[in-house]
Design a protein around this ligand. Structure first.
Ligand SMILES: [Zn+2]
Ligand SMILES: [Zn+2]
Length: 364
């Protein structure tokens, strides 16, 4: 295995080629989904079938995140897990609703959570899905603060889900989001309003990616994820519904273990994708450079946008080796690659301000 020099988020670290007795070609990019439902809440397949789907479709890990239920992943790993091939991680979706009848949604995942966290307010289980409704006196912002604090206190990683589901979340609801929280910038469900929009009354919501730039422009350290939010593992899932395989993350890690994957997620050494594959992401004091994988040379074309504060496009580049050279004054720079078929990849932001030190501290 080649040594990979990775300089990410202003942190330099050397991932030494690791000795893997089983397979010298084991990848250093691991594909995973951080948002999955089973019949332990409102999914339509048993946990073993769900994780088997991911194993059989090129994934290396999956978090099972049922509503108000932490699935025991031990038996699943016994059954389907395999060293350096596939692992199942525990989690939960904390299903926070606002006061009825608005049913505003403020859902947050806890990745690596261990026991069920109940959302704020009156608990309800409708059919197979549970959750809680916050009273009218409790703002969504307050519920995010409370639920994320609970997740962090368990040692789990918080992930804010689908901010435009039911058009519930406004950017100000996320103003107190702590650093190192994940945000779903692409949720695989077909009716989840990833791209934002304006209603007839002129009320607008940014895209989920726009939420990310707002938080980043406020000085926060937030990592963007793509995730399935899969519920439907039937033979003919509704393409606009909640089928698996829509959006994922690629994590760069020295090995496929809970501690290695967690560490890479925490320090932002991963990217989100709906189909574009990156072979390398490098950042140093001078530039941010990508190498885009091609299934067949020239089969697809690629456009990369480099985005900074306020979501402003700083530069665009064609081809498979786009580079952005810092000119000074940027607070953060991130890259979005779009191919000629509409597939995308989103790198994490490279910080050019004091956040660099905070990220490198986290990486220690
Ligand atoms: Zn949800
Ligand atoms: Zn969900």
């Amino acid at each position: 295995m080649n040594n990979i020099l990775a300089l990410m988020a202003g942190v330099s670290f050397l991932l030494l080629g690791h000795a893997d007795e089983a397979d010298a070609k084991s990848p250093s990019w691991y594909r995973g989904n951080t948002h999955t439902h089973t019949i332990n809440s409102d999914g339509n397949a048993a946990p073993d079938r769900v994780v088997r789907w991911y194993r059989e479709h090129g994934y290396h890990f999956v978090f099972v995140t049922d509503h108000e239920y932490v699935t025991d992943v031990g038996p699943l790993n016994e059954l389907i897990g395999a060293r350096e091939r596939f692992v199942v991680f525990a989690g939960q979706e904390i299903t926070q609703w606002g006061d009825d009848p608005k049913r505003a949604a403020a859902h947050v995942n806890g990745l690596f959570s261990t026991t069920v966290i109940w959302p704020v307010g009156i608990r309800k289980c409708l059919g197979s899905g549970c959750g809680a409704h916050a009273p009218a006196s409790t703002s969504l912002a307050e519920t995010f603060r409370t639920n994320i604090a609970e997740i962090v206190s368990q040692g789990a990683i918080p992930q804010i889900n689908h901010p435009n589901y039911r058009w519930a979340v406004r950017p100000e609801d996320l103003a107190d989001t702590p650093d190192f929280t994940l945000l779903e910038i692409w949720n695989g469900q077909g009716r989840i309003n990833n791209l934002g929009g304006e209603d007839e009354a002129g009320v607008t919501r940014p895209s989920a990616e726009g939420f990310w730039d707002i938080l980043l422009s406020q000085g926060k350290i937030i990592w963007g994820v793509g995730a399935d939010d899969s519920h439907d593992f039937g033979d003919a899932p509704d393409p606009d519904g909640a089928a698996p395989g829509q959006a994922w993350i690629m994590v760069r890690a020295p090995e496929l273990t809970a501690s290695a994957i967690r560490r890479s997620i925490e320090r932002g050494d991963f990217y989100a994708s709906t189909g574009v594959e990156l072979e390398d992401i490098r950042a140093d004091d001078a530039s941010l450079a990508l190498r885009i994988a091609e299934s067949r040379p020239g089969a697809a074309r690629f456009k990369t946008r480099f985005v900074g504060t306020g979501g402003r496009v700083l530069a665009e580049a064609a081809g498979t080796s786009p580079v952005y050279r810092f000119h000074g004054g940027e607070n953060y720079v991130r890259a979005i690659v779009t191919d000629s078929n509409g597939n995308q990849a989103w790198t994490q932001p490279v910080f050019r301000d004091s956040r660099r030190e905070r990220v490198s501290k986290r990486a220690d």
